[in-house]
Design a protein around this ligand. Sequence first.
Ligand SMILES: [Zn+2]
Length: 170
Amino acid sequence: MSDGSLLSHDADLLRERRTPRRECLHDRERDALARWHRLIGDETKFLTGTDEHGQKVADAAAKNGQSPQEWTDAKSQQFRDAWAALDIHYDDFIRTTEPRHYESVQKFLTAIYDNGYIYKDVYKGLYCVSCEDYYTIETSVDGKCPIHGRDLIEMEEENWFFASARSKNS
Ligand SMILES: [Zn+2]
C-alpha cells in the first residue's frame, strides 16, 4: 500500500492576519489527508505554523498597542489552542519568527544571491494592504481592490527579484 514516499504537507504557513476559525477548515483537511497517509503506512509529516511578517501584522500590532512580536506571540498561541481543541494532529508547528526558520531562509537566500539568481531593484505599483499584493489598473475595480473594495495605495519598495525575471523583461 505505501509507496514509501514522504508526504511533506508543507502547507502555506498561516498568516497572522487570519483567524483560527477561518483557517481551521484548511488544516482540518490537511489533518484528514495526513491521517490517511499515516493509516496506509506512508511516511508523513504534517507541517503547519504561523507566518509572522508584513505590513498587515505591523498595523494590527500597532492598532492593538503591542509590538509585532507580542502580537504574533498571542495570535500564534490562538492557533495552537484552536488546533488542540479541534484535535488536529500536526507533526510540527513553525513560526517564521523562530531562528530555525529565518536562519534557514537566510542561508537559502544567501546561496542564491551568491550564485547570481536574485538582484535588488525597486518595484512600484498599486498595493492592497489587506491582500498584501499588487494590482494593475486593469486588474483593479475602479482603482479599488477587487477583493476588499479598499482604495489601492501607490507603493514603491526596494525588493529582491529573480534574475530570470530580469532577462525576460529586458
Ligand atoms: Zn485586497
